[in-house]
Design a protein around this ligand. Structure first.
Ligand code: HEC
Length: 198
């Protein structure tokens, strides 16, 4: 084939491309290595900053949870209420009509401290009359979950909220009721068992 047979268009074209095996540029390798070294050093050298002034103000010791009801420590009844009771009896203490009885204005709450303590220690189920209305649910037992101090705090709290004004409940009272009712393994059967204690 004489050169003259090649069309000018063919002469303009580039050679076919082909894959080459190029090593990663050293700049990229060095940069990556430097970044990783920086990251490791940064984490290793940074101190655990846990200043109580930051966040919600609790110190590391508090967050690690020193025994919540150690003797002599004041327990926050409102906090116990908020974590253990509020789901059913509501923040307003009004309960849910027909389902969860009210603690606000309840004769069980403002009545005998020992009966109230027994009720919350062991729970209650079955027909129960509260403020003249019938309820028929299951109130969980808190004896195993809460200490005497925590129970005293939450009972004192509900006895002084929402217009209730009954005497405080001490941890000693709760301890005494816990001891007296130690043989009980089931919740109180509503009015049937609680009315006589009223
Ligand atoms: C799972 C829902 C639930 C939780 C949580 C709960 N209760 Fe109750 N509570 C009930 C029900 C239901 C009754 C009624 C039981 C019945 O009908 O026999 C009741 C009844 C009571 C009563 C007697 C009736 C009244 O309204 O006065 C008191 C007092 C009481 N609860 C206090 C508490 C306290 C204090 C806590 C938290 C430590 C608490 N309850 C947590 C459901 C609950």
């Amino acid at each position: 084939m004489r050169p003259v047979d090649i069309h000018p268009q063919q002469q303009r074209e580039n050679a076919e491309p082909q894959e080459a095996s190029n090593p990663m540029p050293w700049v990229v390798i060095v940069l990556t290595a430097l970044l990783m070294a920086f990251g490791v050093l940064y984490i290793a050298r940074s101190a655990l900053v846990n200043a109580p002034a930051l966040g919600d103000g609790r110190s590391t010791a508090e967050l690690q949870g020193a025994a919540p009801a150690a003797a002599g420590t004041a327990v926050d009844g409102a906090a116990v209420y908020a974590s253990r009771c509020v789901a059913c009896h509501q923040a307003s203490g009004a309960g849910l009509p027909g389902v969860f009885p009210p603690l606000a204005g309840s004769e069980w709450v403002t009545g005998k401290a020992t009966t109230l303590a027994a009720l919350v220690l062991h729970g209650a189920s079955g027909a129960l009359t509260v403020k003249g209305s019938p309820y028929n649910g299951a109130m969980p037992a808190f004896g195993a979950q809460l200490t005497d101090a925590e129970l005293a705090a939450v009972l004192t709290h509900v006895r002084s909220q929402w217009g209730n004004a009954a005497a405080t409940v001490t941890a000693d009272t709760v301890a005494a009721v816990r001891k007296d009712t130690a043989s009980r393994t089931e919740p109180f059967k509503g009015d049937a068992e609680l009315m006589p204690l009223k």
